[in-house]
Structures are given as C-alpha cells and as structure tokens.
Design a protein around this ligand. Sequence first.
Ligand code: 5GP
Length: 185
Amino acid sequence: MGLHEDIAEVLFDEATIRERVRQLAHEMERDYAGRDPVLVGMLRGSVYFLVDLTRALGIPHEVDFMAVAAYGTRHAATGAVRLLKDLDEEVTDRHVVLVEDVVDTGLTASYLVRLLRARRPASLAICTLLDKRARRIAPNLPLAYVGFEAPDRFVVGYGLDYRQRYRNLPYIGVLREEVFREGPP
Ligand code: 5GP
C-alpha cells in the first residue's frame, strides 16, 4: 500500500505550503534583519518545515535543535515534558525563534518557552506551521508566526507522523479512519 492511499483528505497541498513558507520567511527577514536570529527546530516534526524556512530566509541566521517527549497521550495531556536533547549553542542575548510543527494544547510550547527564557535570550518568538487554536490550554504564548490555522483533527505529512510514518508526504492531510483506528499515536 502506498502512503497516499491512507490519506482521507488533503488539508494543505504542496504549493500552498510552499507559498506560505515563503511568506513567513519574508516576514522574518523584515523582523530580524541585522539581528542574526537562532532558529530552534523541535525534533522531529518540525524538521521539514524548518529546512524549507531556513532555505527561504535570505538573512544571516543560525539553526539549532531540541527534542522533547511528552508524558501521557494527546487526549490526556499532563503538560509534563521531558527534555531529550538540549541546544548545542548558548542562546543568552540571542534572538531566538522556536520553530514548531503544531501548537495544540500549547503545553509543550509553554514548557519550552519557560526553559528558554531562563537562559535570558534577547528575544523569544514562536513560529509554528500549524495552530490548533481551539484546543489551547496554555495562555499567552508568544506565537509570532503561524503557517496555518488547523482544525481539531489528527494530521500527517510535511514532517508530521503517525507512528513515525507519513512524514515524507509533501502535503498535510488527515489519515483514513481505518488506519488511525489501529491505535493511538
Ligand atoms: P501540545 O503540547 O501543544 O498539546 O502538543 C504539541 C505536539 O503534539 C506537537 O509538537 C506534535 O508533536 C503533536 N501533535 C499535535 N497535533 C498533532 C497532529 O495533528 N498530528 C501530529 N502528527 N502530531 C500532532
């Protein structure tokens, strides 16, 4: 079975994503000109987005990565997050942009914001590919850049996985019920 057959509906196609990423990069060029920002990609979901964003970004910047694991499941989020991989570089006095795949309840982002702010960056902003605003629990996140507002549905593709698969789909789509029912992510 091909990966495409498992997709019930495409929400954002390849051309739409490409254009939106270009727009976000332009906004960042304007906001961060002369500030040498550090883009912090969250492994592994934001990698495809981050790579396209950084290639479209025509100002000097750096790239670093972090990885976290959430305790509990999507439907029983506790907000407890475990740090699996920290940054390689210091971010004190740097302009930091946290690049996320999805901000859902916002609990993961909230943890990361607290962790990064403790290091006294010059500024901190979040850039997320998808914003599931309807499910937000964490208040006051510094969401400066949002690719798309997404509905409360589990999506895959363009870096987003279901059981580590589907990341390589060039679009963002909703999995067919039969596939999803095999078990929770
Ligand atoms: P939050 O802490 O905001 O509730 O959860 C954010 C994380 O949940 C994202 O970084 C992502 O890993 C995961 N997530 C939330 N919604 C989706 C989705 O629709 N598809 C996938 N693949 N992951 C999701």
